[in-house]
Design a protein around this ligand. Sequence first.
Ligand SMILES: *[C@@H]1O[C@H](CO)[C@@H](O)[C@H](O)[C@H]1NC(C)=O
Ligand SMILES: *[C@@H]1O[C@H](CO)[C@@H](O)[C@H](O)[C@H]1NC(C)=O
Length: 187
Amino acid sequence: MQSLLLTVTLFVLVAVLQAQDDLPFLSEDKNFSGTWYLKATVKDLNSTEWKNPKEEFPFVVRALENGNMEVMAVSMYNGECLQIDILLEKTEKPGQYSAFWDTNLMYIYELPVMDHYIFYSECQIFEQKVYAGELIGKDPTENHEALEEFKKFVQQKGFPPENIIVPEQRDTCFPKDHFAALQKCKP
Ligand SMILES: *[C@@H]1O[C@H](CO)[C@@H](O)[C@H](O)[C@H]1NC(C)=O
Ligand SMILES: *[C@@H]1O[C@H](CO)[C@@H](O)[C@H](O)[C@H]1NC(C)=O
């Protein structure tokens, strides 16, 4: 009898601990519209094989009436600035959005640190599933507490911690060739 009680107590304890590990999803009543900064990223891909941008630019989110969101971002790719517009469609599941014809499922978690969230996504790239986590915040300054929370999340999801990248924040994207072209134009 006593051992049964102990077992039950342990079960409850484990359940409580697991619940504490899980971050809450973005609450439905929050309007996510505005400018955001990508403050840290992690992928489950071997980072030496994957070219990760070391510079990030602010991105803009527009919350639509139907619960969907529009993300307008700029990314540096091979020295060029690429404008990326993504429609995140709200699915039936809480906190879940889909993009790129359902090949990308994304969850938005709220952090206990003000104005900081985590995007957690699962992408189907050809036959392979790739997982990614992104720490985002309302301002570009480094937030130690938020980064610690992100590290906890990374560990909990089983990403290799050495894959965490903290990019440099840039206001605007200038194509790398732009400078080379200017140099060439000098008399
Ligand atoms: C990552 O890739 C590099 C180069 O392909 C390889 O040398 C290294 O062993 C890989 N690391 C892991 C953890 O797979
Ligand atoms: C969120 O707020 C923006 C203005 O900040 C507004 O344009 C937009 O309609 C709002 N979205 C929702 C779903 O309330």
